[in-house]
Design a protein around this ligand. Structure first.
Ligand SMILES: C[S@@+](CC[C@H](N)C(=O)[O-])C[C@H]1O[C@@H](n2cnc3c(N)ncnc32)[C@H](O)[C@@H]1O
Length: 229
């Protein structure tokens, strides 16, 4: 399909964000619900993310601290619980769906040293992280819900939300082809790698490391992990 036509489809859709909001209100507060019925991939996903996070910090950014992280599009806190809270002292969560965040707070394992911090029930397109607050901002399987312009602006705000050695981690589906794929059922857009790179560039971000997720079932979109600063 013609790329311009697809972008027009998004821009013409006045209720782009409402459609996604309604879609997610109708999904169960479970790992399967978060992963479109593919809950079984969660362990493999978290294992690869942990390695990517720790290797990146060890190889490229040794001064990054493990104090404060932000989980963007956190849903029921699958990533906070399975990854971020194991490493960061405090993890803030943001998701447009407040019900998911309540579930996340209930189920996340907080200890004296590692705990859930602030919960922001808000769309990423409307959210500005506090300046210089975060060591790591993690965005996974949520950026597809933002239009290109909103995504560029959001990532630029995230950059300001990082402290001096902070990093942004992004893990998203990408298309194999040269054209992005729009899903009008949940108002999402699966972008090409080139589109992702252009967006990072426009947001003023530099790619430190990038890698494809391995060992997911065949038939799913390729999933790419990026570390940015
Ligand atoms: C596929 S789930 C991923 C959840 C979590 N990142 C994970 O990997 O388990 C997508 C999440 O993004 C949230 N979401 C969708 N559009 C959003 C937006 N514009 N702003 C913030 N959150 C959004 C949904 O409510 C849902 O919790």
């Amino acid at each position: 399909m013609d790329l311009k036509l697809q972008n027009a489809e998004i821009e013409d859709s006045d209720n782009w964000y409402e459609i996604a909001d309604t879609y997610w209100q109708n999904q169960p507060s479970t790992v399967d619900g978060m992963l479109g019925g593919f809950g079984k991939i969660s362990k493999t996903d978290l294992f690869a993310s942990r390695r990517f996070l720790l290797d990146t910090i060890s190889d490229y950014s040794k001064e990054t601290q493990f104090k404060q992280a932000l989980d963007c599009g956190a849903g029921i806190g699958r990533i906070s619980k399975g990854l971020l809270l194991k490493w960061f002292e405090v993890v803030d969560l943001i998701d447009q769906n407040g019900e998911f965040l309540i579930e996340a707070k209930k189920s996340a394992v907080s200890t004296k040293d590692h705990r859930v911090g602030e919960l922001f029930a808000c769309g990423l397109q409307d959210f500005t992280p506090e300046p210089a607050k975060y060591d790591v901002i993690w965005c996974q399987w949520v950026l597809a819900y933002l239009t290109d312009d909103d995504l560029i602006a959001f990532l630029a705000r995230c950059k300001k939300g990082l402290n001096s050695h902070g990093l942004i981690f992004i893990k998203e589906n990408v298309t194999c082809g040269i054209v992005e794929e729009v899903d009008l059922q949940d108002s999402s857009v699966t972008r090409t790698e080139l589109a992702m790179q252009n967006i990072f560039h426009k947001a003023g971000l530099t790619i430190l490391r990038q890698e494809f997720q391995k060992n997911f079932p065949k038939g799913l979109f390729p999933v790419k992990m990026y570390a940015l600063m």
